[in-house]
Design a protein around this ligand. Sequence first.
Ligand code: EPU
Length: 437
Amino acid sequence: MDSFLIQGGQKLTGTVDVSGAKNAALPILSACLMARGVTTLHGVPRLSDIDSMIDLLRELGCRVERQANANTPAHGGPALNGPLQVEVTDAGQSEAGYDIVSKMRASISVLGPLLASRGKAVVSLPGGCAIGDRPVDLHLRGLRKLGATFDLNGGNIVGTVNGRLKGARMYLGGAAGPTVLGTINVMCAAALAEGETVIVGAACEPEVTDTANLLNKMGAKITGHGTPEIKIEGVDRLNGTEHRIIPDRIEAATFIIAAAMTDGDLKLTNCNLNHLVAVVDQLENIGVKLEEKDGVVRVTRAGGKLKPVELTTQPYPGFPTDVQAQLVALLCLADGMSVIGERIFPERFLHLGELNRMGAHVRKEGATAFIHGVDRLQGATVMASDLRASAALVLAGLVAKGTTKINRVYHIDRGYEKIEQKLNAVGARIERVNEKN
Ligand code: EPU
């Protein structure tokens, strides 16, 4: 199992490339199950979650090939990956088993595409994970409205369609608001259904929009994506196409916070600030300066001490839950007390205890974290628990006095492409060490 050893105290300066978005690439790969012919995707990040999805697509009868890219960027940093091609060559298999779903929850995104294109899907029911329960009731509710039926058999969701799915009007919101992958599952299935589907209470995340854009290039007729009401006119077939995945807004936010925490001067390429309006707004309140010129985003500190803030995570376009942990790491260094509520995943606070081991002063009441700023953090041995919590520990390690050891960095490898190579190229000192156990 790999660990990171981070020598804190280096300012980050230089240019870093943002990768394609993991959370767009995963459902987009699933959507390729519905196309006839080859789909070529650009900007698919090299991550263990993507590797798991590729394994799953191969089990489901797809040919998946990735081209290597040896070209390192002129400004330094690692080469990112070349295009990836997906083509269905055998549509006989419709089962996503426990082994793969337990590794990667996003496997649930094959459910809608399989039902729509193969009339059958067996997908292991994802259990909870470190950030909470993660139910899929809304996915099933939406797909049932389109005519699918479901049974639970030995921990598997067994879905079938009698004939063809039929368009329907539905409300897809839940107690915590809309669902990102649930919206995408229903939207994918409706793309091949007979007639019109309207999803009211749809998720508005850029990853939903990117998937809709891909489907439209394949021949789907989707409008309203990016708003709470998506309209889908079903078509008879979808064809392979070419598509570039949007930049990863969560990775970008993580680098922006890294620059701010280390008082650095960082430039980000392939960064879309339009997807980060709420994050930028809060970071500016805290004292981070962001300038955009010729498609490059420059991050520096505005000067003076970092200011505390109060906010709650919300569905897009609100402040994303996927940046909550990284924001908490930043606020550990603010001048005063911040209050951060977690509305999407109320249990997503495993980073707090680890940050306290590094000298932070954070406590939690219910789904709210109270963060008393401290003058500095100190290196310690800490444990990565989930993807974004791990990113928060990397950020803390970058500024902590001395050495921070982060165990179980496989969590980070699920969602950050070549993170230590990218950060080391702009001045960080992170070493990956492998310990056999
Ligand atoms: N929910 C339900 N029922 C459902 C589905 C969701 O009650 O059937 C609830 C969830 O428990 C949660 C809320 O609805 O309270 C939102 O969950 P959502 O379904 O939107 O989450 P998701 O689609 O499973 C994606 C991202 C997550 C990200 C969330 C929220 C992918 C692969 N995952 O998950 O990303 O936190 O949206 O924005 O797209 C990450 O990248 O670290 C990550 C966890």
